[in-house]
Design a protein around this ligand. Structure first.
Ligand code: MG
Length: 263
């Protein structure tokens, strides 16, 4: 029973590659109908998802309090991703999954134009707390420049601190966030990086196959819960295309089946 549930869950991990994935996937999994909605269901309805988010932000607060005892030559800043780190886009993923579609820039921007995403549990109160302590917040996201206005609108709707043009750094030429992080680091001491995708933390994870990502994660083990604060995202992320070398033209179903560990 447990194995069956576990396998079903793995097989239904969505082929949505949503939210600024390099390319949409050519086909849906045929393994389980409506499978892609399953991960969104976990994000929306499980107590465990919320508990993990609270855990992440409780640790972030603990780390921040420690850093506040130190003095740095530059003003302190937190660099945070937006999607699935502080804003919850699961309604978008449900919408396309139930229509049998995959991620597309068109449907994604229809969603973001609503500026209707709710907050990730714990994110808002943590960032407000940080701002009260004088820490600057920079939002580094792979949303596009065309989404600047609606993104600010969504952040301002919830009163996120520093939700202005200066602190919102969108994708321009590359999905890599390294250059943008370095830009912030020129003027600020980055005390925390927050994200749901390994590329939110360091360039060492970018465009790497799954085994190299895993090795880099082990190498960075001490950073998690220290300078890196990781949020759960079962719906999409580089972890999935990393399993097939980011080559979206392959038969994704059969490749994913070879990745499953059975006994
Ligand atoms: Mg994200």
């Amino acid at each position: 029973m447990f194995l069956s549930i576990r396998l079903t869950f793995l097989l239904t991990f969505p082929l949505l590659f949503a939210c600024k994935a390099p390319k949409p996937v050519a086909q849906h999994t045929t393994l389980v109908p409506y499978g892609p909605a399953f991960a969104a269901l976990w994000q929306q309805r499980s107590a465990e998802y919320k508990a993990l988010c609270f855990q992440a932000y409780n640790i972030a607060r603990f780390r921040l309090n420690e850093d506040l005892k130190s003095s740095f030559p530059k003003p302190m800043a937190i660099v945070t991703d937006i999607d699935e780190t502080i804003l919850d886009n699961s309604p978008y993923n449900v919408h396309v999954a139930l229509k049998g579609e995959n991620y597309s820039d068109k449907t994604w921007q229809e969603w973001t134009s609503k500026a209707a995403a709710d907050t990730v549990p714990g994110a808002l109160s943590f960032l407000k707390y940080a701002a009260e302590k004088g820490v600057h917040v920079y939002y580094i996201t792979n949303r596009s420049e065309a989404e600047r206005g609606v993104t600010l609108q969504n952040l301002q709707r919830w009163n996120f601190p520093d939700a202005d043009n200066e602190h919102l750094i969108l994708k321009t030429t590359t999905s890599s966030k390294e250059e943008r992080r370095l830009h912030v680091a020129q003027t600020h001491e980055i005390i925390l990086l927050m994200g749901d995708n390994m590329g939110d933390f360091s360039a060492i994870f970018e465009k790497q196959p799954a085994d190299k990502r895993e090795a880099a994660t082990k190498q960075s083990a001490a950073e998690f819960g220290s300078r890196f604060i990781v949020l759960p995202n079962p719906m999409y992320g580089d972890w999935l295309p990393a399993l097939f070398q980011y080559n979206y033209k392959q038969n994704i179903d059969s490749i994913l089946q070879t990745q499953l560990r059975n006994y």
